[in-house]
Design a protein around this ligand. Structure first.
Ligand SMILES: [Mg+2]
Length: 331
């Protein structure tokens, strides 16, 4: 934990951390932890391959969609949904092989209704199952932009609900962003997490999702002290958030947290991305192993730097670069 780290170092750490976690975990997505152990011992290097047959250093939908969110909020922080949506559609036009099930269904619905929230609501009504990982894996940029807890709540829910209408999806995004903001302000895990839960308790009763939020708090309140066997790296957003929080809480470095996360197997690229984003904010860019960042091409790094620059540019207006430092003192 680096108390006096600059917000820029934290923001860059979060964006790169998410991308390296995705690229590391992608090799073992859908494998069990026993299969990973048999094949790699402990997976510690970005090796590529996996079910997507990736080049070492390729990332997947998690990073692509997070970059889309970063781009959308940079274009219009007041009303980012249309711009995030445009970026989603540009990504879809590249014909990626790994669009998630819920996202794919919502893309189809969007083609007809041309409204993200209506499309997502339709898919939720049809399937009843939209608390998948697809919203959580892309939510981190919001933590850097919206410093007010109510404004962050609104945007976390709205951006999640572009595809994942289930309130648990948006609420896990909100809790994740609150924890990340605690790290930005130099808090340790325990303090940051307890503060995030307190905010959730206080902010939510007024919202229509209060009951779901109370259930989420019950499920995750003690996550840091769970036994490792309780972790489930599934496609369910609450399970994934639990894995990420646990890995960060029970590690002493960026690398340790992300290695623990991806070696759980299952939805390993997403658990890696969600953990890497959080751990990157906590430990900063310099803590990310060079051998991982070195796997990215210059074109990939340009895209990450573009996202970082856009988020930092928003910072002064939204209590960012200097503002966060001030908030740290006020806290
Ligand atoms: Mg993925």
């Amino acid at each position: 934990m680096i108390k006096d780290m600059s917000p820029v170092e934290s923001i860059r750490g979060g964006i790169y951390g998410l991308a390296v976690g995705d690229a590391l975990g992608a090799a073992v997505e859908f494998m069990t932890k026993e299969e990973i152990q048999a094949r790699y011992g402990v997976l510690q290097d970005i090796v590529g391959g996996g079910w997507l047959n990736l080049r070492a250093g390729d990332w997947t939908d998690d990073t692509e969609m997070a970059l889309a969110v970063a781009e959308g909020v940079a274009k219009d922080p007041e009303n980012p949904v249309p711009y995030i949506g445009e970026a989603f559609l540009r990504w879809r036009a590249t014909n990626p092989p790994d669009i998630g099930g819920t996202v794919r269904a919502v893309f189809h619905a969007y083609d007809l209704v041309k409204d993200w929230h209506r499309a997502a609501k339709q898919i939720h009504a049809r399937t009843g199952k939209t608390a998948g990982n697809g919203a959580l894996m892309r939510t981190l940029p919001l933590a850097f932009v919206y410093q007010d807890v109510l404004v962050l709540f609104t945007h976390s829910m709205e951006v999640a609900r572009m595809t994942h209408w289930d309130p648990e999806a948006g609420l896990t995004c909100y809790l994740y962003c609150l924890v990340a903001q605690g790290f930005l302000r130099g808090r340790e895990f325990g303090e940051s997490y307890n503060n995030a839960l307190d905010i959730l308790r206080k902010v939510i009763p007024c919202a229509e999702v209060g009951e779901v939020a109370a259930g989420l708090i019950d499920k995750l309140a003690q996550v840091a002290s769970w036994p490792a066997e309780a972790l489930k790296p599934t496609g369910y957003t609450v399970d994934t958030l639990a894995c990420a929080l646990w890995c960060v809480a029970n590690s002493k470095s960026f690398e340790e947290a992300v290695v623990k996360a991806v070696n759980l197997g299952g939805d390993a690229d997403t658990v890696g991305a969600v953990t890497g984003g959080l751990a990157g904010v906590m430990y900063g860019y310099e803590a990310i192993p060079d051998r991982w960042v070195a796997q990215f091409t210059s074109a990939q790094r340009e895209r990450l730097e573009g996202a970082v620059a856009g988020l930092i540019r928003l910072a002064p207006e939204n209590a960012g670069a200097e503002g966060i430092a001030e908030l740290r003192v006020e806290d």
